[in-house]
Design a protein around this ligand. Structure first.
Ligand code: PMV
Length: 282
């Protein structure tokens, strides 16, 4: 056994199709440069979250194993924090045990952890965290890797940490009597968006259509709605990314625009956190 090992994973953004993906529609998802690092070490944290305990268990590690985990991903904000932490811990523990894990097994084991965090996850988060890049994902099917030559820049704007879990938001959608129609439309947009992204065309309008449908679906809170409206008036494409949230915040929002200068100025003046990232890197 090695005595000091480390692993890393990246977070993700859902560009199109969250929630509809639970109902068998396509989601487009991309890994981002921010992520998680885990190190097995003597002085690691003895206190562990349920998720970390589960990840150690599915990796076949001893429950007393000590880990130092560093994450750049805000928890529960739609950037795949739980999948990235689980996958990273599983990788580190299996390396420590001298039995490195391949991607297919890592996906299955991360799914087991996601079931603890999310109930009945579609698998979109583990797929992106484990395999990386830009992918078109349909639940239960082999996913498709998309290639683009030029990076697509966008802002991730923090609308506040949601108080609701992904599971709660998925249940909320299930209770929406108009969900079938909305989900159909989101599914159609994802198919169009896939073509536009591959052809490297502008996706501002499609981002807005998907964003507004998520508002209709009832997963976007007032604060995020108001901010989206303001930014749309400035010519931006805006949608939440991930499960969303209602009472406190709705997590991260994707903002695309030909020019970010004015948008950044507004966000700075309103003291709203954001960072610039891009897709198109594997
Ligand atoms: O956990 P989040 O916030 O990245 O959202 C996951 C995406 C959902 O479609 C809402 C749920 C799922 O399991 O696909």
């Amino acid at each position: 056994m090695m005595d000091k090992v480390s692993a890393s994973t990246r977070g993700k953004v859902i560009l199109f199709g969250e929630h509809a993906v639970v109902y068998g529609k396509m989601a487009l998802v991309a890994s981002i440069s921010m992520g998680v690092k885990a190190q097995v070490e003597e002085s690691g944290a003895a206190d562990k979250s349920e998720l970390v305990k589960k990840a150690i268990e599915v990796a076949g590690g001893d429950e007393n194993i000590q880990l130092r985990i560093e994450s750049e991903l805000p928890i529960g904000s739609g950037l795949g924090s739980s999948a990235a932490v689980s996958a990273c811990v599983i990788k580190a523990v299996r390396q420590y045990l001298g039995e490195p894990v391949d991607n297919d097994e890592l996906f299955q084991l991360t799914m087991e952890c996601e079931r603890l965090a999310h109930g009945n996850p579609s698998g979109v988060d583990p797929a992106c965290v484990v395999y990386g890049g830009l992918i078109a994902f349909i639940k239960g099917q082999p996913f498709e890797r998309l290639q683009i030559k030029n990076k697509v820049k966008f802002l991730l704007v923090n609308s506040g940490q949601p108080s609701e879990s992904t599971m709660q938001m998925v249940e909320k959608v299930a209770d929406n009597s108009r969900k079938n129609k909305i989900i159909e439309e989101i599914g159609e947009i994802a198919i169009l968006a896939k073509e536009e992204i591959v052809r490297e065309r502008d996706i501002t309008e499609l981002i807005n259509r998907n964003g507004l449908l998520l508002e209709e679906l009832g997963v976007v809170g007032l604060k995020a709605k108001k901010l989206s409206q303001k930014l749309r008036l400035m010519g931006a494409g805006v949608k939440i990314t991930g499960a969303g949230g209602l009472t406190t915040g709705s997590g991260m929002m994707i903002v695309v625009a030909p020019d970010f200068a004015k948008i950044k100025e507004l966000l700075d003046n309103s003291q709203i956190d954001y960072f610039e990232t891009s897709i198109g890197e594997s």
